[in-house]
Structure formats: structure tokens, C-alpha cells
Design a binder for this molecule. Sequence first.
Ligand code: ATP
Length: 360
Amino acid sequence: MSANNALHIAVLGGDGIGPEVMAPALEVLRRIEATTDLKFRFTDAPAGANNYLATGKSMPESTVRLCEEADAILLGACGLPSVRYPDNTEIAPQIELRMHFDLYAGVRPARLIPGVPSPIVGADQKGIDLVLIRESTEGLFASMGKGVVTETEARETLVVTRKTSERLFEFSFRLAERRKARGRANGGLTCVDKANVFRAFAFFRGLFDEAAQRHPDVRTERVYVDACSLMMVKRPWDFDVMVTENMFGDILSDLAAGLIGGLGMAPSADIGDRHAIFQPCHGTAPDITGQGKANPTAMILSAAMMLDWLADKHGLESAAEAGERVERAVDKAYADGIKPMEFGGRNGTADITKAVLAAL
Ligand code: ATP
């Protein structure tokens, strides 16, 4: 926090619809600023495929330095399928930042907002309110850029370390406890792995069991990732907090987004011991860029997660309240009939933003 107590926020709009969903989130935060004692200082910085095209780098050193100094980082979306490194991978500064700041806990809440259609029968009555925590610095992604490919075979190595897993599980148990204390859910935590086949996952589960002994008040369960995918579709309301390896989390978080209406509804946070990035689960959506169709809800809810994290970090009660206010405003906008084009409605970015601001 700077001298005048303003929270310094690094703003990385990125590519495609990134800047289009970032603008509404900043409008919401400015409205929060106008109606609370919170003060923000926003600093824009370049990152992504367009920056790569212009400079040959995914982001300048100044962006990394800004992120280092800021209290929190807001990111739109980065990367374009048409812009690639020579090895054919996409420009992904968000993953570089995750690794650089050791943001091991990828928090992916999936809450079905009343009024939003879910493809799951019964979800409107039973509700969905789960949080998937995806380990975000190792697992199969530890192999990123290091895979070995020859004429006849390809290999990538999955990594699970005690150090990261212990921090990940502590974070997960703490979140389950906080949600229980807020009366938000049933305080359960599910470990998702493939411990019946791979030694690395048996190790992962063993570390989960050790952490469970330190948190006897949290109800725990352990499921295999394949069975978990089925359960998430058949009875998603039975899950509260879930924790899993990076690649499994990558896949399951898109599945979770599908349960609650789509990627445009799914916020996320990548959290480490000191830094955190808040960004929607979705990518840059080049198919709808520049058409005013992007759903900014996920980005707005990511900003609400940022407020909650800042509240926890700095002991700012008003930031926690502001985060909840933003969530309630989004709920009200949907209860009042907003229906994004993303799921067949008529409302584009501007309408959704206007409705959320009005509800605030
Ligand atoms: P990435 O690999 O970068 O995560 P992706 O391949 O998963 O990206 P997205 O860019 O997330 O792809 O888009 C997937 C689909 O979802 C596209 O059809 C896109 O238009 C749609 N979509 C994603 N985000 C939104 C949004 N905020 N509003 C409306 N539609 C969206």
C-alpha cells in the first residue's frame, strides 16, 4: 500500500476480449472507491500476443517489476491462437507470471448464480457452489517448454513436490475452514488425483492425508479424477472445496465453468504467499473480439475475489464487504433478467456492465 493508503493495482488487459472485460471491472472498482473508504491506484501495463508481435517479447521487464511492486494484479486474458513462438506454443505471460511469483494455488470458484441456466438438471433447485483449487506451478505443467520430442516418441515429466503440496493443502484446508465459518458451505475438502495408478499421485494423496490430520474439523474425501468428472456432472452440489494437480485442474475448471453457465461466468485467482493475479477463467475469445459480445461477469467477479484477498492480507474489513457487495450486485443483475449473448441472451458487454453498476 502506498503512502496515501491507496491499493496499487497492476492492470494487464492483454489481448482479444481481455481489455473489453477489464474496462467494466475497473468501472466497478471505481464505483466501490466512490462509495467506501477504499482507494485504488491503477497502473496499466502491456503483456501478451500483441506485445510479442510489437517487441518480440511476451511482456517487457517493466511489467514484471510493476507486478512485483503492486498490491495485486488484475489480468484480462493473454495469447492469440494465430500468434506463436517458433516451437508453435502460444504467448502466455500469465503462465510466466504464475511461475515467476510462485502462485501455486489456482482458485477457481464455480457458483451458479440464480437465474443463470445450468445444463445440469436440478441445479437450479439444489444450487452449485464449489471451489476448485488447481496447483499451478508444477504437476504436468512443470514440463512446459522442456518436453523431449524425437522422430519416434515424445516425453513430458510430471512433478509433485512436498514443499508445494504442503502449502497447497494448507491453503485448501484454510479456505474450507473460512467458507464453513462464513456459513457458505459445508466445510468439506475433496482431494482429486489418480493415486490408484501413479506413484506421484499416491505421494500427493499421502501429503493430503498428513495435512488432514492437522485439520480434523474439515470433512475430507478422496476421489479419482475420472470418477470425479462423472460426479461433477451428476451431483455438483455435493462438492465444496476441491484440490488437485495442475493438468487435472486445468481440465476440471473448464468443466466447472460449464456447470455454471459458461466461461464468461467463471472467475479465478492465482495465489502465492505474497502475490496474486486475478483473471477470468476464459481466454481471449478471438471469435467474438471487438463485437461487444463478451460477458464481463467473470472479470468483475475476479475483481471481487481480489477485494476479498486484499481484505485478508491487509486486515481491511471494508474490502471484504466491498467484495461481497460486488457479488450481490452481480446476483441482482441476473435476478433482474440480464441474459448474456454467451448463453443465447440479448445482452452484451455494455448491458451487463450497466446492470451490475446499477445494482451496486
Ligand atoms: P485459452 O486456451 O486461452 O484458455 P480457450 O481456447 O479455452 O482459451 P476461450 O478464448 O476461452 O478459448 O474461448 C472459448 C469459447 O468461449 C469461445 O467460443 C469464446 O467466444 C467463448 N468465451 C470465452 N470467454 C467468453 C466471454 N467472456 N464471453 C462470451 N464468450 C466467451
